[in-house]
Design a protein around this ligand. Structure first.
Ligand SMILES: [Zn+2]
Length: 425
């Protein structure tokens, strides 16, 4: 109990005013218990800048000040490197591996509570890995978990979800628009659209220009963003023409499609390796379901090379807004940072740029660019610390040892004790 709490305990309501006059000077000198000072060896702030000798001051879930380090910090992270809470713009939070060590399907006998617990588990694993915000292009199973996290019932990242998806089977433009309105009415944060086949099925365009115009146009009219699964160049171009917010995957896109995205300001979300490796390293979880067969796995293997070719193309396009999205499916939640190290080691991108992509750029793609994704005054106090410096050691991306979301600490390095008082809520 601190001095102020003691003070208030002893005071009867009647004498509060009388006491205030004499207590005020003391209170003014006492440290503000609602303020937390966080210190680390360096701060990679999400905009491309790196600061040292700087404290992050947090109150009420927000960053209220960045100041030259002085005095004692409430949370001193030593040699660790601080970054904004990480953002994965493409996960499938509802996918999980069931007790039989197989991909969960609606008919595998799992009860709804079991499924929900697994979705919660995925959410918690991602938060512990430093992802304080995720966009799930999932199904209705996301809703209860998203809402429980927002209400503070359970711990988890900030979740935005599409609560489902639409594809070419949505039909006429009118019926596509009606489908978008249904997702909106259910409480979707974003509209997910499949405009091409999966890469296991060749990735060809499936939706017409008219269908995409209707889907992304109606989403925009309702104030929703639209993200489009598109492998074929023609599908990506149709999505750009339709004014969709984001193109996902793009394994087969050409330079023209990338130039069109850059010009239109369409966000682009390529993957590095996590999603493919997860399938290839754990074939037994998926084999025999849908197109998870030898042919499909071979296509996945080939897609790794195609993804590597794509990197050279997209890094050469100035102004292209590349966001971070792993497409984390069953078994990959919690490994979301793997594509960050992959982008540095394989793509030769700079670690600081990868952090910008996974923070401020991804925040902008979610329409949250003025509240999350930067360590800056007024922003949400979403902070992570890497055990090590990712600029010199890429494996540090996967060693997140400190996680704060909205000023609340969810993970501490083992060697550091928490502050003796309650975290601000
Ligand atoms: Zn996906």
């Amino acid at each position: 109990m601190n001095r102020r709490q003691l003070c208030w305990r002893r005071v009867g309501m009647g004498s509060v005013l009388a006491l205030l006059a004499s207590a005020l000077p003391v209170l003014a000198q006492a440290p503000d218990a609602s303020v937390l000072v966080v210190r680390a060896a360096a701060i990679i702030d999400g905009t491309g800048a790196v600061r040292t000798n700087t404290d992050v001051v947090v109150r009420g879930g927000r960053i209220i000040e960045l100041r030259t380090a002085r005095g004692r910090a409430d949370i001193d992270l030593g040699t660790r490197v601080l970054a904004p809470g990480l953002i994965d713009t493409h996960v499938h939070m509802g996918w999980y591996i069931n007790e039989k060590k197989r991909l969960h399907r609606a008919d595998d006998g799992d009860s709804e509570p079991t499924a929900t617990l697994n979705v919660m588990g995925n959410a918690q694993r991602m938060l512990q890995a430093g992802f304080t915000t995720v966009q799930s292009v999932g199904g209705m199973e996301d809703k209860a978990v998203r809402d429980a996290i927002n209400r503070g019932v359970i711990a988890g990242p900030r979740v935005l979800t599409s609560l489902g998806s639409l594809n070419e089977n949505a039909g006429s433009p009118d019926s596509v628009r009606a489908t978008v309105r249904r997702f909106h009415d259910r409480g979707a944060d974003v509209i997910k659209i499949f405009a091409s086949k999966s890469i296991r099925d060749g990735g060809v365009q499936t939706m017409t220009q008219e269908q995409l115009d209707a889907a992304c146009g109606e989403a925009k009219r309702l104030g929703l963003r639209s993200i489009v699964h598109a492998h074929a160049a023609s599908a990506a171009k149709a999505a750009v023409r339709a004014g969709c917010t984001q193109v996902d995957h793009g394994v087969l896109v050409d330079e023209e499609a990338l130039q069109m995205m850059a010009k239109a300001g369409t966000f682009f979300e390529p993957q590095c390796e996590l999603v493919s490796r997860n399938y290839l390293d754990h074939k037994e979880w998926f084999r025999g379901i849908g197109n998870y067969n030898d042919e499909g796995f071979e296509a996945t293997e080939r897609s790794l090379a195609l993804r590597r070719d794509l990197v050279k193309k997209y890094l050469a396009v100035p102004g292209l807004k590349v966001v971070y999205g792993t497409d984390a499916v069953a078994g990959a939640h919690g490994d979301n940072a793997r594509d960050m190290s992959c982008r540095v080691t394989q793509n030769r991108e700079k670690a600081v740029n990868v952090i910008t992509s996974a923070t401020s750029m991804s925040a902008a793609s979610l329409g949250l660019g003025s509240t999350i994704g930067k360590i800056a005054v007024g922003y949400e106090a979403d902070l992570v610390a890497f055990d090590g410096d990712p600029r010199t050691d890429t494996s540090a991306f996967e060693r997140v040892s400190f996680v704060m979301k909205h000023g609340v600490v969810y993970r501490y390095p083992p060697a550091i004790a928490g502050p003796s008082r309650r975290y601000p809520q």
